[in-house]
Design a binder for this molecule. Structure first.
Ligand code: ADP
Length: 382
């Protein structure tokens, strides 16, 4: 069975076509710079990688470009889009309504529209992708897989903020958590690696990419996570500040005469590893800069130390929250490619955690999990 996985951002659309029975990806790629005059398509299959400049004014055209690439007479992998039996979409925000992946219906689309208010940068492009696919791949079952749904099992003491309760009731202000698909995927994989049942494990999963978050996964269920109402809370990230005293926001707004939009940009786009190091948001550049002997080297080293310190602090907190710990899992760009980080954390926490705690790297594959969820929903509805 062929399942197409779509991940739409504001100016890009990633895709992967899976043969779900073999659990293998048959083609993948990305349409980038949607809406600009310099859009381009990357297409990979059978070991070939092609780049092509395309005219792509919007997400509807992007979905058409993907359909054409997959059915291209020379480089394509299928003769007809009719062979695709399901389309799984990554959707960032499913609010409190979606506790698991779901078949897309007009009612589901309405709900995703409602949550655009909570994820104004992320949900709108997903909706464009969903609507385009329902026209282009007419009649094909579509499934939404939400970043928030895995964390919907958090208890109120973990997801509420210490604000007047009416703001939770009125605006849904609470911790939602993100990267849920990745945390769920690596927790399941870790159980396999550890040869244990997921239902009997206390895991801390750390997704360390451009955005970073951790989750306390007890018996397969997320009971706490570092990201909050938005992906700004928690760990130090590429360009996001992570945890911060909210009073700093008012102080800066006053002193620097900043608008709400401007302070939001500072916290989301100019802080974190980039803001502290002054070098880059990319860990590879910061590691290079850290070798310098001068002030810039010192700043880069401080940024790295702070990055690791917060991870270690949350591991301690989550060990307490779960009343125990079996394994710490690192994943995503930084987590998978820097084995020294996991070794360093293991060494630092030697005196704090039991000797039996395992520290392991598990590569994430959110697209595969989206494909699997889509397949299972189609199978169930047959
Ligand atoms: P995204 O959240 O955008 O999916 P990724 O998971 O690709 O991000 O992670 C991006 C981060 O991973 C960057 O900080 C980058 O420095 C880091 N990274 C990726 N590859 C490597 C590598 N080979 N060595 C060190 N760091 C890497």
């Amino acid at each position: 069975m062929l399942i197409l996985v779509i991940n739409c951002g504001s100016s890009s659309a990633k895709y992967q076509l899976f043969d779900v029975r073999k659990m293998s990806c048959v083609a993948r790629g990305i349409v980038e710079r949607i809406g600009s005059s310099r859009a381009n398509l990357t297409y990979q299959s059978n070991g070939k990688k092609l780049h092509e400049n395309v005219s792509c004014p919007d997400h509807y055209v992007a979905m058409n470009i993907i359909a054409d690439a997959l059915t291209h007479p020379e480089n394509g992998v299928i003769n007809s889009t009719g062979l695709i039996e399901g389309i799984g979409h990554r959707v960032v925000h499913g609010g409190e309504e979606f506790k698991e992946s779901t078949k897309i219906t007009p009612r589901v689309i309405k709900s995703i529209e409602k949550y655009c208010e909570l994820a104004p940068l992320h949900n709108p492009p997903s909706l464009l992708g969903i609507k385009a696919c329902s026209k282009i791949f007419k009649g094909t079952t579509q499934v939404a897989v939400f970043d928030t749904s895995f964390h919907q099992t958090m208890p109120p003491e973990a997801f509420l903020y210490g604000l007047p309760f009416r703001f939770y009731k009125k605006y849904g202000i609470r911790k939602y958590g993100f990267h849920g698909t990745s945390h769920r995927f690596v927790a399941t994989q870790a159980a396999k690696v550890l040869k244990r049942s997921l239902n009997s494990l206390k895991l801390v999963t750390c997704h360390l990419g451009n955005g970073c978050s951790m989750a306390a996964v007890k018996n397969g269920i997320s009971i706490d996570t570092t990201m909050g109402f938005t992906p700004l809370e928690g760990l130090l990230m590429g360009t996001r500040s992570g945890d911060l005293d909210p009073a700093v926001v008012f102080y800066l707004m006053n002193r620097e005469k900043l608008s709400p939009n401007r302070i939001s940009d500072i916290l989301n786009k100019e802080s974190g590893l980039l803001g502290l190091s002054g070098v880059s948001n990319d860990m590879r550049d910061i590691l290079k800069a850290a070798k310098d002997s001068g002030d810039s080297g010192r700043r880069a080293r401080t940024a790295i130390e702070m990055f690791i310190y917060r991870i270690e602090k949350y591991i301690g907190a989550y060990q307490a929250a779960m009343n125990g710990l079996d394994a710490v899992i690192l994943t995503a760009g930084i987590g998978e490619n820097n084995p020294w980080i996991i070794k360093r954390i293991e060494k630092d926490l030697k005196g704090v955690v039991s000797k039996r705690v395992k520290f392991i790297i598990v590569p994430t594959n959110e697209e595969l999990l989206i494909a699997r969820d889509t397949y299972n929903i189609i199978k169930r509805s047959k």
